[in-house]
Design a protein. Structure first.
Length: 99
């Protein structure tokens, strides 16, 4: 999946995360700000990376502002932002690529 434009999903409410996806020249870059960084920073990065891999996204810059979201919420936010970033608005395989 090739990212065409910037897209955002999620909110800054408690127990949620806001994910911004933008096209990048090469590689995957993740900027993470989290209220639980010390406890779960590595896990959050891993969930984002795994979700991007399952969606076959290779060149992307992802900014995550986490407010204590569960893994399933992070996956959903990354997936929603990714589909918005490729302008796929119909026939979305929600949960199909991300397990």
């Amino acid at each position: 999946m090739e990212i065409k434009r910037s897209a955002i999903a999620g909110t800054l409410e408690s127990s949620d995360a806001q994910v911004l996806i933008e096209p990048a020249a090469e590689g995957v870059e993740i900027d993470l700000v989290s209220s639980v960084m010390n406890q779960y920073g590595r896990q959050i990065r891993q969930v984002v990376l795994e979700t991007l891999e399952r969606l076959d996204i290779k060149n992307v810059h992802v900014s995550v502002t986490d407010k204590g979201a569960l893994d399933c919420t992070l996956k959903a936010r990354v997936e929603a932002a990714a589909f918005r970033a490729v302008d796929q608005m119909n026939d979305i395989p929600w949960g199909g690529a991300v397990r």
